[in-house]
Every structure is written in structure tokens, then in C-alpha cells.
Ligand binder design. Structure first.
Ligand SMILES: [Zn+2]
Ligand SMILES: [Zn+2]
Length: 381
């Protein structure tokens, strides 16, 4: 029983080798390479916007204004690269950062003319990747450094590279995910009711958003629960649960089948409700931010809001491998359906001591990609 379970405090030993300390050239080295990589990607996106930018996103940002940002990104990458070099440590990192940026300059730099874009059906979301990365680092990584749950957890924690790969993949695939989601939802055209849609559109914007959140949450709750409770589906979702350190990047880990199916399922209630575009936009922004927030290494409890919304503590429990938490806390947005269907686990002030799966998954992208197939074939339990 829950009351008998002895909750332990999580121990996170400080990993001195992965820590960032001033004066070692490591901070400037990583900054130079990161900015150099983002700059090069941005230059490519300005060169080939039809193939490397997202139609939906292009309408939201000002491409010419972002070129100013790119200019600073490129100069700062050079600056940090040179700093790394002169600190006389990790010269290779400095040279790599400078090299990436110089390549960006050679390919056109920050003043490639911006014009109308010939739309193509399927493109890579390079723009979405760059903006989401900058936003996540700027907001969530910063919050994690200021208000960490586990102060000893470093930015470059175990398997950060694997999760960064998932992050990049999921963002680059945005067009394909949206196309698939819309295609899937269109199969439900028989269920569209004009009177329902008119009723939805007649209520105030905030109520429309609440309706979307609740309907989406209901679908996501059951989709998630099936992934846990149907034997053949679990190995696909187990990839998301294989992460053993929680932070802003951890939520990116997910088998592509799960990423695509989740989006496809949630598109159905959005399509049937037929709410105003503004309500949909608010929901999409809310859902995207909440999905990152709930995986973060943040100590906020969110006060009374935690009795309504899914919070980091609530979703951290979902990722726990401790017995009382297994197969609980399925909701994505509000705690409503976990309450209704009796899968709510929130032991007041306690947080999990262990994260991950009870059976350990392969630790490589390819291993995790094939894990569901291997499980089906019975090689892995
Ligand atoms: Zn789960
Ligand atoms: Zn999660």
C-alpha cells in the first residue's frame, strides 16, 4: 500500500568531469560550437527556405529581423572560438566553432535576400529546430540553473547527446508529423457536426481553450494508458521512459511511432471541435511549453495549481521506476482524468528517487529504434 512505501531522497553525485567551470575554455568552446552550428543551419535555411523551413512557422516570424539575430550569433561564435583558442585549452573546440561559422559566411552569411518562398509539400523544420532550441535554452535551461530540483545535475548529464539527437529529429520532422496528423484526422470527417462547431465558436476564447485542453487531455490520457497497458505497445513507449535524468531535454526522447501517433490522435478532437484559430494557437503554445516544463529539473511545486495542472513533480512520478508510481499519472495537461480513472499518484512533498524502466533498454538511438521489433520477436522481455 502507498502508505507503507518508504520514500527515499534522490541522490545525484556531482560529476566533476562534465561540470562547466570558468577559465577552462569549456564554456566558450561549447558556446562557439553551438552558435556556429546554429548559424550554419540558419544560413542554409535562408539559402533553401522551401526545403528547410516550415510553412506554418514562416507566417509567425519576421525572417529579416531574425537575420539580425543571426549576425550576432555568427560574431559571438567567432568571439567565443577565439577566446577558447587564446585560453589555450580545448583548442580543437575553438577551431571547430570558428570553422562552422566561417563556412556559414562562405555560404552567404547573414544577408541572403529574403523573398517569397515557393511552397513544397514536405520540408525539414530547420527553422523550428533553431528557434525551439534557442527558446528552450533561454527559458527552461536558465530556469533549471536558477531553481534546480537537483543542483548537482549537470547540463551535460548522462545521455544528453542521445536526447539532443531526439530533440533535433522531432523538430526537423515537424512538417511530416503535421501532414500525417492532418491526414489521420481527416478520416473522421463523418463525425464532424456543424452545430457542435458553431456552439464551440460561439463561446468566449478562454472557454474554447479550456474545451480543447479537456478533450485533448482525454484522448492523450487513453492513448498514453494504452501504451502502458497493452503489452505489444509498451516497448514503443518504453523508449520515452528509458531516460534516467530528468531535464528540459529529457521529454524529447520518444520512438518516432509514438511521436507520430500521439500527434495524430490529438489532432482528432482539435479537428472535430472546430474552435477558432486563436484558441488553437493558444492551446498549441500551451501544450508545447507544458511538455517541456514537466520534464524539467525544477523545484517549483506550483502551489494550488498542481491540483489542476500536470506539473514537473506529477510527471516526474510518471517517469519513476518505483513501485507505487508504476502505471500512474498518464495525463498530459490537467490531472482530471487521472483523478477520475484512479491513476493519480502524488505523495505530497515526495519526489522520485529513481527514474527509468525496470528492464533496461539499449542506450543507442538505433538500439531504441529497433527495440519494439526485438521485443515482438521475443529476444527481449
Ligand atoms: Zn508513459
Ligand atoms: Zn515524459
Amino acid at each position: 500500500m502507498e502508505t507503507e512505501y518508504q520514500y527515499q531522497k534522490r541522490r545525484v553525485p556531482l560529476d566533476r568531469n562534465s561540470e562547466f567551470r570558468f577559465g577552462e575554455g569549456k564554456i566558450s568552446g561549447y558556446l562557439s560550437i553551438t552558435l556556429g552550428t546554429l548559424s550554419l543551419l540558419a544560413v542554409l535555411a535562408y539559402r533553401y527556405p522551401a526545403y528547410l523551413t516550415t510553412i506554418e512557422l514562416r507566417q509567425v516570424y519576421d525572417a529579416e529581423f531574425l537575420q539580425q539575430l543571426l549576425k550576432y550569433g555568427m560574431y559571438f561564435s567567432l568571439f567565443f572560438g577565439l577566446l577558447t583558442f587564446f585560453l589555450n585549452r580545448r583548442k580543437r573546440m575553438g577551431i571547430t566553432g570558428i570553422g562552422l561559422t566561417v563556412l556559414g559566411f562562405l555560404l552567404g552569411g547573414y544577408d541572403i535576400p529574403v523573398g517569397p518562398v515557393e511552397p513544397v509539400r514536405l520540408s525539414l523544420g530547420v527553422d523550428w529546430l533553431i528557434l525551439a532550441f534557442l527558446g528552450s535554452v533561454g527559458v527552461f535551461m536558465t530556469l533549471e540553473k536558477l531553481f534546480p530540483k537537483y543542483r548537482n545535475q549537470v547540463i551535460l548529464r548522462d545521455e544528453w547527446g542521445l536526447d539532443l539527437f531526439y530533440f533535433c529529429f522531432n523538430h526537423l520532422m515537424i512538417s511530416a508529423i503535421l501532414i500525417y496528423g492532418n491526414y489521420h484526422a481527416s478520416h473522421f470527417h463523418w463525425a464532424v457536426s456543424e452545430s457542435v462547431q458553431q456552439a464551440v465558436q460561439s463561446v468566449p476564447l478562454l472557454i474554447q481553450v479550456c474545451l480543447i485542453v479537456i478533450c485533448a487531455d482525454f484522448v492523450l490520457y487513453w492513448e498514453h494508458r494504452l501504451y502502458h497497458e497493452v503489452r505489444v505497445l509498451w516497448p514503443v513507449h518504453a523508449v520515452h521512459h528509458s531516460v534516467e535524468s530528468m531535464d528540459w531535454l529529457a521529454g524529447s526522447r520518444g520512438h518516432f511511432i509514438q511521436v507520430f501517433s500521439e500527434r495524430a490522435m490529438v489532432m482528432v478532437p482539435l479537428y472535430l471541435l472546430g474552435a477558432d484559430q486563436a484558441a488553437l494557437d493558444i492551446y498549441v503554445a500551451f501544450a508545447a511549453l507544458q511538455a517541456i516544463l514537466i520534464h524539467c529539473n525544477l523545484r517549483f511545486s506550483f502551489g494550488p495549481l498542481r491540483y489542476i495542472f500536470v506539473t514537473p513533480q506529477f510527471h516526474h512520478w510518471h517517469h519513476s521506476s518505483e513501485k507505487p508510481a508504476i502505471d500512474t499519472n498518464y495525463s498530459a495537461h490537467t490531472v482530471l482524468f487521472d483523478r477520475v480513472f484512479n491513476t493519480y499518484h502524488m505523495p505530497e512533498e515526495h519526489w522520485p528517487a529513481e527514474y527509468g524502466t525496470t528492464v533496461r533498454l539499449p542506450r543507442s538511438y538505433l538500439g531504441q529504434l529497433l527495440y519494439p521489433v526485438q521485443s515482438l520477436l521475443g529476444r527481449k522481455r
